[in-house]
Design a protein around this ligand. Structure first.
Ligand code: ADP
Ligand code: UDP
Length: 237
C-alpha cells in the first residue's frame, strides 16, 4: 500500500509529497492561483479538484495514445500519484494561434491563426521571470542530451496533434499551452506536471470565449464557471 510521507516541495499551485516508494510521489492540487510570476495572487474555488480531475483524464488519454507521462493514478479529489522525476528546468510552450506573450512581443493580434505550430522554450526560474531561451540552450547548459531534446520535440508534436484533436472534439480550440518533462532514475523521459486550464489557453469554439486562466489574469470574471465548463466538456462532469 502506498503511504504518503513528508512534503518535499510546495509550489504556487501544487504540493509534492514523498511516499514509501522512492519512485513515486503524490501531487496535491491547491486552489491558489497566481499570475505574472506571482505578482497577482488569488484563489479559484475548487480549482485543485477540477485540475486534478482534468489532468488525470488527459494524462490517461495521452498514455492510451502512446505518450509516456508521469501519471500513475487519480488518488482522491486533490491528489494524484506520479512518477518521481528530475524535472528539466524548461517550460516548453506550444502555440497553435497567436496569444499572450507572443502577441505582446511581436505586436500581433491575439487569435491570429498560424500556418504551423510554434515551439518556444523558457527557462523555469521564478527569480528571472522565466526568460525565453534558445532551443540549443538545454544541451549547452547540460540539462539534457541532444538525444533527449530530440525525443522531447518528437513527443511534443505527437502531443500537440493528440491534444488539438481531443479539445476539438469537445468544442474547444487549443490556442497554446505549457508542457514540462522530467527524467526518472534510469534517464527515461516522461511528460510531467499538469495539463489543465491553468497552463493552456482554451477558447470555446464559435463564441471564442476564454475558458482558462486568462479569466483570472485579466479579471474577466466567471472564473470558476469557466473551469467547470472545461471540466464538463473534458470529463463529462
Ligand atoms: P511552481 O513550482 O512553478 O510554483 P507548481 O506549484 O505547479 O509550480 O509546483 C509543482 C512542481 O512540481 C513544479 O515545479 C514541477 O516542475 C514539479 N513537478 C511536476 N511533476 C513532477 C514529477 N513527476 N516529479 C518531480 N517534480 C515534478
Ligand atoms: N504558461 C504556463 N506557465 C508559465 C508561462 C506560461 O502555464 O509560467 C502557459 C500559459 O498558460 C499559456 C502558454 O503557456 O497557455 C503561453 O504563455 P505565454 O508565453 O503567452 O505567457 P503568458 O502571457 O500567459 O504569461
Amino acid at each position: 500500500m502506498l503511504i504518503k510521507k513528508e512534503k518535499i516541495y510546495e509550489g504556487k499551485a501544487k504540493i509534492l509529497y514523498k511516499t514509501n516508494d522512492p519512485d513515486l510521489l503524490i501531487q496535491y492540487f491547491k486552489d491558489d492561483a497566481t499570475a505574472f510570476n506571482a505578482k497577482k495572487k488569488g484563489t479559484i474555488v475548487n480549482k485543485g479538484v477540477m485540475n486534478n480531475k482534468m489532468s488525470s483524464f488527459i494524462f490517461t488519454f495521452l498514455e492510451k495514445n502512446g505518450v509516456k507521462t508521469h501519471f500513475k493514478e487519480h488518488l482522491n479529489d486533490r491528489e494524484m500519484v506520479v512518477r518521481a522525476l528530475s524535472i528539466i528546468p524548461v517550460e516548453v510552450v506550444v502555440r497553435n494561434r497567436v496569444a499572450g506573450s507572443l502577441a505582446k512581443r511581436l505586436a500581433m493580434e491575439e487569435g491570429t491563426v498560424l500556418k504551423q505550430p510554434i515551439l518556444e522554450f523558457f527557462y523555469k526560474s521564478d527569480p528571472l521571470d522565466d526568460p525565453m531561451i534558445s532551443e540549443t540552450a538545454p544541451v549547452a547548459f547540460g540539462w539534457t542530451t541532444q538525444a533527449q531534446i530530440d525525443h522531447v520535440k518528437k513527443e511534443v508534436w505527437k502531443i500537440n496533434t493528440l491534444l488539438t484533436e481531443f479539445f476539438n472534439e469537445r468544442g474547444i480550440d487549443l490556442i497554446d499551452y505549457k508542457l514540462e518533462f522530467g527524467k526518472d532514475s534510469q534517464g527515461q523521459l516522461f511528460l510531467a506536471d499538469e495539463i489543465s486550464p491553468d497552463g493552456c489557453r482554451l477558447w470555446e469554439k464559435g463564441t471564442g470565449e476564454k475558458l482558462d486562466k486568462d479569466r483570472f489574469r485579466r479579471d474577466l470574471g466567471k472564473i470558476e464557471e469557466s473551469y467547470e465548463k472545461v471540466s464538463k466538456l473534458i470529463c463529462g462532469s
